[in-house]
Design a protein around this ligand. Structure first.
Ligand code: PRP
Ligand code: URA
Length: 207
């Protein structure tokens, strides 16, 4: 199984608790999900390379930092949008690419239906965003699409993962680090994460 970075910061765990709670309404679900996304992104972006720049303060010239490469955020539609909304303000110059993948409700297999990828993937630091890593099928398919389009520096940010998804993702994409707030126990017979938080897209968008 891939070894994810599990963010155990108390604030992350407080927000995770709120979105697990079954009676949390969509507005609060989105708010806590977004706060959690900010914390996860702080960890996921920890090893971003920066380039030295000089900056002029009102008093003197001094050393500063700039991102070494362009940043691309890739939410997996739909639920990944809940993460992207919170992360984009942290890196407002990032490019946002979209990958649409829906799980087949019977087979749980990923069904890609949309992709809009920028031409800068090969030179970029890419963050793949999806709240749930269940079977791992969606994240594996999305990472494969990104690599086929040239990406080589990808980090997966997910809120809740589980051993099955981490195993599948780590096997197919051993080069892609995973940052998560939880590694849950297992999948149920419908391939939902247990205890998990239910259907992230439905809870985020009230469907
Ligand atoms: C959910 C979730 C992931 C996927 C995880 O999306 O947001 O993309 O399932 O499951 P997996 O690891 O087994 O592939 P879903 O397909 O339900 O689409 P939605 O975001 O539109 O609700
Ligand atoms: N997708 C979700 O939204 N939740 C799960 O538990 C599994 C897949």
């Amino acid at each position: 199984m891939a070894s994810p970075v599990v963010v155990t910061h108390p604030l992350a765990q407080i927000h995770l608790t709120a979105i697990r709670q079954t009676n949390t309404p969509s507005a609060q679900f989105r708010w806590h999900l977004q706060r959690l996304a900010e914390i996860l992104f702080m960890e996921a972006s920890r090893s971003l390379e920066t380039a030295a720049v000089r900056v002029q303060t009102p008093l003197a010239e001094t050393d500063g930092a700039a991102f070494a490469r362009p940043i691309v955020l890739v939410p997996i539609l739909r639920a990944g949008l809940g993460l992207q909304e919170a992360i984009l303000p942290l890196v407002p110059d990032a490019t946002v690419a979209h990958v649409g993948i829906a799980r087949d409700e019977e087979t749980a297999l990923p069904m890609p239906y949309y992709a809009k990828l920028p031409s800068i993937l090969a030179e970029a630091d890419v963050f793949l965003l999806d709240p749930m890593l269940a079977t791992g099928g969606s994240a594996c398919a999305a990472a494969a699409q990104l690599k086929a389009a040239g990406a080589s520096r990808i980090t997966l940010v997910c809120v809740v993962s589980c051993p099955t998804g981490l195993e599948a993702f780590g096997t197919q994409h051993p080069d892609v680090p995973v940052v998560t707030a939880a590694v849950d126990e297992r999948l149920n017979d419908k391939c939902y994460i247990v205890p998990g938080l239910g259907d992230a897209g439905d809870r985020c968008f009230g469907t």
